[in-house]
Design a protein around this ligand. Structure first.
Ligand code: INI
Length: 172
């Protein structure tokens, strides 16, 4: 029994797209809410799959397509600037950042990852009071990213949309 519980706990979050639909706010609540997504075009094979996952999930949960704003930026490092701008507009219930940084033989990986992580964290702690969701894959290989962009580990874009809706509907 203990083994079974350990196994379930260990595997519970392997698929990023698993979420409890019944724990989500109703579509009557969500349909009037606006959300923004910033997507990096670098590694677009991955990031556009994340974008599809996020949009599909928003629509499934009742967000209207006209209430989903999508902004493209060149790379993950630029996500912070666009997310900060969108948060400052006070129009969106949450902003999602989507990107993909894949480890190479260059320290550029670390700088880009650190930059976007710190940038998103900073907006979250700012006075804009707009949750910014971290949907950036930081992986060692392309395959690891593919696995998380509609592959065996689900789609991190889906996870980001679920997180955005949950954050926007916390009752304080
Ligand atoms: N941007 C990415 O989104 N992913 C990467 O893997 C990446 N790598 O490997 O360099 C990357 N670099 C570009 C960076 O985000 C900026 O666009 C660029 O430095 C201009 O500011």
């Amino acid at each position: 029994m203990a083994f079974l519980i350990q196994f379930i706990m260990a595997t519970k979050y392997k698929n990023l797209s698993d979420y409890d639909v019944d724990a989500m706010p109703s579509s009557e609540i969500v349909e009037n809410q606006s959300y923004a997504i910033v997507v990096a075009d670098w590694n677009s094979e991955i990031t556009f799959a994340l974008l599809d996952g996020a949009i599909d999930t928003f629509l499934q949960q009742g967000v209207k397509s006209e209430n989903i704003k999508v902004v493209h930026v060149p790379g993950a490092f630029e996500l912070t600037y666009a997310a900060n701008k969108l948060a400052s507009l006070q129009k969106y219930r949450a902003v999602i950042t989507l990107g993909c940084v894949i480890q190479g033989d260059t320290p550029h990986f670390d700088y880009v990852c650190q930059g976007v992580t710190y940038g998103v964290a900073k907006i979250n702690a700012s006075d804009y009071m707009c949750p910014v969701i971290f949907g950036v894959l930081t992986t060692n290989t392309l395959q690891q990213s593919l696995d998380r962009a509609g592959g065996i580990h689900g789609n991190k874009g889906t996870e980001a949309a679920v997180t955005a809706i949950k954050m926007a509907n916390i009752v304080w």
